[in-house]
Ligand binder design. Structure first.
Ligand SMILES: Nc1ncnc2c1ncn2[C@@H]1O[C@H](COP(=O)(O)OP(=O)(O)OP(=O)(O)O)[C@@H](O)[C@H]1O
Ligand SMILES: [Mg+2]
Length: 415
């Protein structure tokens, strides 16, 4: 089989067949979440790809710009949300490319990711992507199908798939603004509380609408009351889910994992204080009242002064006894990996399956001892982790415990 530029080589030659049966024994397969086959259509630099895989961790090795992160991004769309790049959906469509013959292949206007997964509920086919508008003039839209049936919202994905990713951009998580940390945390929360993604979306939508009304000088109390009620209900639900996750994650991360540091986590924010001090229903009333009282002030300031969008995740490196942001680059990365591993353990215990771990350029900044410990922990967790790197040598300690795949210009072959 030869790979054509722009025409990706398909790993498995038996197109159309089902993914292979699990190699690990049945009991381990039952408690796993594993992608057994992934198919991409017009997804970034992949015109078409079909990749069959086993239950073991997957390592994607290849040069810069070959499509490693793109494949992780495709996998990230199997969980609720906008994927690991938070890209606009139409940016994900394969761009116009010059074919081998010199001719132009037109840009795509839609894309699709379909995956066959082993889950504790059995084998499942998930499809998602951007579909062209149904009628002339209607806009393309994101669709989700589970076992061929359309799902009404992305929350349905969260019932089956939890995915957590670490990317090079997250190396700055503790130095960046609180918004990045909230987004990272919300992914961890969604893995434990699948409805969380829906609460966040509903809250943010109402928050934006209220801000727009304020900006337009609208003072109609009915509009505000309705929007602030939505913000109070979803805002308190999402803050309570964050509080629960952070509480459990703090207990797990304080233990540390091998050479990875012990870490302490806490929510910091006004609403987080209410959640700790009063019943949810009272916290809702409090938020409703604060929002109503602050309309004028918010209109003048051009911000919304109260709510879970103001909260932050505070992380401390316990071995250094310092805020995580004050550690070195490598120490910050080690804290991040500590949190991700503690979270994977927590999700495995609580939902009977660890999340899919998408670890982009994971070996960067980790010393040899930590790399070995990370690989051992991933294997012990039974997590199907997808790792990328430009240097295969760094993954040598995995030995035969992982599937090593070589990525080259939108094609993937097993090593
Ligand atoms: N919408 C798109 N259509 C076609 N190609 C795209 C699109 N978006 C990104 N690409 C290209 O896909 C290629 C692979 O990108 P990707 O980020 O996956 O590389 P990578 O293998 O992770 O590289 P690195 O090691 O540098 O991180 C890049 O050349 C990029 O320009
Ligand atoms: Mg990359």
């Amino acid at each position: 089989m030869t790979a054509q530029p722009g025409s990706p080589r398909i790993l498995s030659p038996d197109a159309g067949s089902d993914p292979a049966p699990a190699k690990l024994n049945e009991s381990s397969a039952r408690s796993m979440l594993a992608v057994r086959q992934i198919r991409l259509t017009d997804f970034r630099n992949y015109r078409q790809l079909r990749l069959d895989c086993g239950l073991e961790p997957v390592v994607l090795v290849g040069g810069n710009g070959t499509g490693k992160t793109n494949l992780l991004e495709a996998l990230s769309f199997l969980a609720p949300g906008r994927g690991l790049r938070r890209a606009r959906l139409d940016d994900v469509c394969r761009r116009q490319v010059r074919g081998a013959s010199g001719g132009e292949e037109p840009a795509a206007t839609a894309w699709a990711v379909a995956a066959t997964l082993d889950t504790p509920e059995g084998r499942l086919v998930i499809g998602t992507g951007l579909e062209p508008g149904r009628n002339e003039g209607s806009l393309p839209r994101r669709v989700v199908r589970i076992d061929g049936k359309p799902a009404s919202s992305q929350t349905a994905l969260g019932l089956h798939v939890a995915a957590v990713w670490l990317t090079p951009q997250l190396d700055r998580l503790f130095l960046d603004g609180a918004g990045e940390r909230r987004r990272f945390l919300d992914r961890l929360v969604t893995a434990l509380h699948p409805e969380h993604a829906g609460d966040v979306a509903a809250y943010e939508n109402a928050l934006r609408q209220r801000a727009r009304l304020l900006g337009e000088g609208n003072r109609d109390p009915h509009w505000f009351t309705a929007l602030e009620d939505t913000m109070a209900r979803h805002g308190v639900a999402l803050a309570a889910a964050r509080a629960d996750t952070v509480h459990r994650l703090d207990a797990a991360a304080r233990l540390g994992i091998g050479p990875f540091p012990r870490a302490a986590l806490a929510m910091a924010g006004e609403i987080d204080g209410w959640i700790a001090a009063m019943a949810a229903i009272d916290a809702e009333d409090r938020l409703r009242a604060e929002l109503a009282a602050n309309r004028l002030r918010d209109a003048e300031a051009g911000t919304t002064s109260c709510g879970p969008h103001r909260s932050d995740l505070a992380v401390r490196h316990l071995d250094l006894d310092l805020p995580a942001a004050e550690g070195s680059t490598g120490q910050q990365k080690a804290v991040l990996v500590s949190i991700a591993l503690a979270h994977a353990r927590l999700v495995a215990l609580s939902r009977g399956r660890p999340p899919l771990l998408l670890l982009d350029e994971i070996a960067a900044h980790l010393d040899a001892e930590r790399r070995v410990a990370l690989f051992d922990e991933i294997v012990a967790l039974g997590a199907q982790s997808w790792m990328t790197g430009t240097d295969a040598e760094l993954f040598a300690p995995l030995g035969g415990r992982a599937q090593i795949l070589c990525v080259a210009d939108g094609s993937i072959v097993a090593v």
